[in-house]
Write a protein that binds this ligand. Structure first.
Ligand SMILES: Nc1ncnc2c1ncn2[C@@H]1O[C@H](COP(=O)(O)OP(=O)(O)OP(=O)(O)O)[C@@H](O)[C@H]1O
Ligand SMILES: C[C@H](N)[C@H](N)CCCCCC(=O)O
Ligand SMILES: [Mg+2]
Length: 211
């Protein structure tokens, strides 16, 4: 089956949501953010809907909506909620592909005992790793790749976000032995039209199909 892709990243704030919006738009996919931590600003689901031009029925509702923008395990504690990781089951998204976004980087805790990467391992889905092109990303990317390989999680490739940085991008791909999927430029202003156009220029939909 060729239907579900996990979008993860080297850190929080690297552009997973913006990338997911572009990807869901390109593939005509649905989007799911299982655990949303932070409700005061626009949520990731709302952002993907707006920037990706998705209708509301293409957003799968979150399983946990936590008020505080913090690590999910802590945000849940503040709300007096226990994240039951057994409930994190993959939804059926019908005929469409499904883009699933985690929270922060791979080792972000959902509870004191379960990290997001444990859930990705359980799901056995391929991941796209989002990484900024700025200084520091080689280390963050190679650590993330190593953690994914250790758990035998398939890496579809790496999607860079930011201004071109050829040496950094090639170091990550060559040393990490991962596929370069493309680079989404930093867009100012960031609008739905500009994102969708830039995404089409930067990525090829067939790279996100898998056997
Ligand atoms: N290609 C881009 N061009 C312009 N701004 C961007 C781009 N990618 C991300 N941003 C901005 O950077 C910030 C962080 O991006 P984003 O919310 O996508 O990160 P994230 O990895 O999803 O973070 P989180 O871990 O909170 O889910 C946002 O303000 C977003 O609008
Ligand atoms: C609140 C933020 N926007 C993300 N949803 C959660 C990021 C958790 C990061 C935890 C950490 O690595 O220290
Ligand atoms: Mg996000």
């Amino acid at each position: 089956m060729n239907k579900r892709i996990v979008v993860t990243g080297t850190d929080t704030g690297v552009g997973k949501t913006v990338f997911s919006a572009g990807l869901a738009g390109l593939l005509g996919a649905n989007y799911w953010k299982p655990v949303q931590a932070g409700l005061e600003q626009e949520t990731d689901s709302e952002c993907v809907r707006r920037l990706g031009g998705l209708s509301s029925d293409r957003i799968v509702p979150e399983l946990y909506r936590l008020r505080t923008p913090a690590s999910p395990h802590y945000s849940a504690e503040i709300d007096g909620v226990r994240i039951d990781t057994e409930t994190l089951r993959l939804p059926d998204s019908g005929e469409r592909q499904l883009v699933i976004e985690g929270a922060g980087g791979l080792m972000v805790p959902l509870t004191a005992r379960t990290l997001y990467i444990d859930i990705f391992e359980r799901w056995q889905l391929p991941v796209v790793l989002c990484a900024k092109t700025e200084l520091g990303t080689i280390n963050h990317s190679l650590l993330s790749i190593e953690a994914l390989r250790k758990r035998q999680i398939r890496i579809l490739g790496i999607a860079f976000v930011g201004e071109r940085n050829a040496e950094t991008e090639s170091a990550v791909c060559e040393i990490g032995r991962v596929r370069w999927l493309g680079r989404l430029p930093w867009l100012v202003p960031l609008t739905d039209d500009r994102l969708q156009a830039a995404f089409k220029d930067a990525f090829v939909s067939s790279d996100f199909l898998y056997l």
